[in-house]
Design a protein around this ligand. Structure first.
Ligand SMILES: Cc1cc2nc3c(=O)[nH]c(=O)nc-3n(C[C@H](O)[C@H](O)[C@H](O)COP(=O)(O)OP(=O)(O)OC[C@H]3O[C@@H](n4cnc5c(N)ncnc54)[C@H](O)[C@@H]3O)c2cc1C
Ligand code: FES
Length: 385
């Protein structure tokens, strides 16, 4: 089945022919090995230099940073992907991923829409300190949360919570600006309407384009006269969509939203392969995660010894990546959600807690590697960086 699908790709026959020809005449392409490097670097750069060209106030707690390239070339991306910003704040070198909220057809800039997290290191820095003209560094576009015409239905049902609206904003903009043959049902949950990012714009787009359906859902009952009150539940989804067949479901938002919405979708009989979930950072309070050992407190002090002889103190309630960064030991990170594998470290002694959903390869697990961005130290550790 897999093989058959492969044959459908453009250029497959030519590649097969070329390979047979090369085998027959013993052609050696190794001299041309590096020819593609400049193109790969342009399309998939490891680092991007960006400049803030504009800052747009979206809600009382969210702003959009419009980022352009001083080198005038931004690599292409797929609606739904993110870039990781690399920053140094108060001596701490760290990174955070932000989904691109502008559409991919807009090649001149990336919009990042950032919402304030109470006590959050990076969100507060981006919202309060960054000014027009500032230079920032980022990764190239990353992530797997996008529509793929080979596998996904043309009708997309998007469930967003809070700042989780950003990848969907990129998808909606692309669909309407490019006139794509796709239908989007967007359910957007917030505490109150004034915190709903892009609410006015989404409402207007849904009025103008028959293939965009927008349903804001608010928790605050005082706003019940303006939109639906409550949570995005199975009943609302079923009543809005009617037929559930032939639709792919996309979720992006805080863990609490996944904990509520995924069982609701399962109760509606939506198969797991039709539910796509964006990673959205480590849990807000790890001690409330399922299977967390109850006797361990978030404030427990843990000693971490590294292979170069240095030691540091960590807390059980923080990730190993955060503890390392605080001591100025930088671990490469992109997704900070246990997906991309950039932040692997090897634990040679001691136990860490990894919440359900932290994707560690079987071979990594066997040899003691963990993703430090979602690993919480439970006892004194020895690690290899
Ligand atoms: C793929 C991906 C895309 C993302 N896209 C966006 C985006 O477009 N816009 C956006 O605003 N954010 C986005 N985020 C979240 C973003 O990466 C940061 O996690 C967020 O800005 C908080 O970082 P911080 O440094 O301010 O908080 P931290 O200093 O990391 O955290 C401070 C405290 O707040 C808690 N916390 C962390 N994140 C949240 C949260 N989201 N809500 C409530 N409490 C939290 C932590 O557990 C910690 O206790 C995305 C995350 C991922 C993984
Ligand atoms: S940064 Fe991606 S898995 Fe840790």
């Amino acid at each position: 089945m897999k093989k058959e699908l492969f044959k459908e790709f453009d250029g497959y026959d030519r590649i097969v022919e070329e390979r047979e020809y090369s085998r027959k005449y013993g052609l050696d392409y190794s001299a041309h090995k590096d020819l593609a490097d400049p193109y790969i670097q342009r399309l998939h750069p490891k680092r991007l230099n960006l400049q803030v060209s504009e800052i747009i106030n979206e809600t009382p707690s969210a702003k959009t940073l419009r980022l352009v390239s001083p080198e005038r070339v931004l690599p292409p991306f797929l609606a739904g992907q993110y870039i990781a910003l690399f920053l140094e704040i108060a001596g701490i070198r760290t990174s955070r991923p932000y989904s691109i909220s502008s559409p991919p057809n807009q090649a001149g800039y990336y919009d990042l829409t950032v919402r304030r997290v109470e006590e959050g290191l990076v969100s507060n820095f981006l919202l309060d300190e960054v000014k027009r003209g500032d230079l920032l560094q980022s990764s190239g576009p990353e992530g797997n949360f996008y529509y793929n015409p080979l596998f996904h239905d043309k009708t997309m049902v998007c469930l967003a919570g809070g700042s989780g609206i950003t990848p969907f904003m990129s998808m909606v903009r692309e669909v309407v600006e490019c006139g794509l043959d796709r239908e989007i049902y967007l359910f957007y949950g917030n505490r109150n309407l004034k915190e709903a990012i892009f609410h006015r714009l989404l409402f207007d787009l849904s009025e103008r384009f028959p293939n965009v359906h927008y349903t804001p859902v608010i928790e605050d009952p005082l706003e019940g006269n303006q939109c639906l009150v409550g949570l995005i539940g199975g009943g609302l989804i079923k009543n809005t969509l009617g037929e559930l067949e032939g639709k792919t479901f996309y979720l992006c938002g805080p863990q609490a939203m996944y904990d509520f919405c995924i069982p609701e979708l399962e109760r509606l009989g939506i198969p797991g392969r039709k539910i796509r979930k964006e990673v959205y950072g480590p849990p807000i309070d790890i001690t409330r995660a399922p299977n967390w050992p109850g006797e361990i407190k978030a404030d427990n002090r843990i000693r971490v010894k590294m292979n170069d002889g240095r030691t540091l103190e960590a807390r059980s309630g923080e990730t190993l990546a955060v503890a390392l960064e605080r001591q100025e030991i930088r671990v490469p990170t992109l997704c900070r959600s246990g997906e991309c594998s950039q932040c692997r470290v090897k634990v040679t002694s001691g136990r860490v807690f990894q919440p359900a959903g932290a994707l560690v390869r079987k071979s990594d697990r066997r040899f003691g590697y963990v993703h430090s961005c979602v690993s919480y130290p439970l006892e004194d550790l020895e690690i290899i960086l």
